[in-house]
Design a protein around this ligand. Sequence first.
Ligand SMILES: *Cc1c(COP(=O)(O)O)cnc(C)c1O
Length: 355
Amino acid sequence: MKKYNFNAGPSMLPREVIENTAKQILDFNGSGLSLMEISHRAKDFQPVVDECVALIKELLSIPDGYSVIFLGGGASLQFCQVPYNFLIKKAAYLNTGTWAKKAMKEAKLFGEVVEVASSADANYTFIPKGWTCPTDIDYLHVTTNNTIYGTEMRKELDVPVRLIGDMSSDIFSRPVDVACYDCIYAGAQKNLAMAGVTVIILKDDALGKAPREIPTMLDYRTHVEKGSMFNTPPVVPLYSALETLRWIKRNGGVEEMDRRAKERADILYSEIDRNKLFHGTVEEEDRSLMNICFVMNEEYKELEKSFLDFAIERGMVGIKGHRSVGGFRASCYNAQTVEGVQALVKAMKDFEAMH
Ligand SMILES: *Cc1c(COP(=O)(O)O)cnc(C)c1O
């Protein structure tokens, strides 16, 4: 049976990315060696890193004065590496969910942390608005897409301070004004690659300001200076990132990814709004195009398990909601197809007709 992958992360990748990576794992560039057994310093691998950097700069129109590096440790390591490198005295965080909260917890180890606003009391069903941003801060940290709760900020915030963005689950899904940021980071396994690599975009002249000793491996400058080759980078994940970046470029870049995301989300949210069994969990204006969360209406609540089984039987994978929201979550990253979303909509309609 055809499977429709709605996993939140690691998640669906374009089939070509997987096939091309698999080929290189068997025989890297005709060398007779596997991608898994070459040296990262091999002359053949440096071009992989170089092309990844070049494509990221091109796809996101990154201005001069920024570096792109690749590290291990996931986005979670960035929760501490960001304040380690950027927090001088005080930083502000917009609390929009689980990941933002985790980032704040780590930042508190390095200085004063101000929570500028929070939607925690409403179980993070909206992005807080109308708050004032302090100006005496080193940076404002935002989570542009809240993978668990299904809210998203699809525009850069208009604030008079430097931004740092966790874009783990929406990077490359839309154009971004990189110039607003001192740092953007993203674990690759949502929208870019297999798990194991984190992309970090850094404004060069924002580095080196924090008044503390930073361990070599945690100092961004180490990796900027060595072009992500200070130590062994995650070779296979990086190669899979390259294949995805090429795929994004071939398919029209982030503008086209944005258009596709809107198309898919429109189809699914329209059905959620129309169907008598379901409703969306977040405020309409903050709805994520990447992680679409919905639950069953109160009077049908007891059917949740049965709809889940019904959808699984039709090939849907990964639509069970995160435990902190319940219900369902359909993750629709770049590789998701209109066909996949339509299959889910069909399941929702057919299930509705049975009740
Ligand atoms: C998944 C996720 C993380 C954590 O990523 P890891 O790579 O597992 O550390 C952080 N932030 C956001 C927004 C995420 O979606």
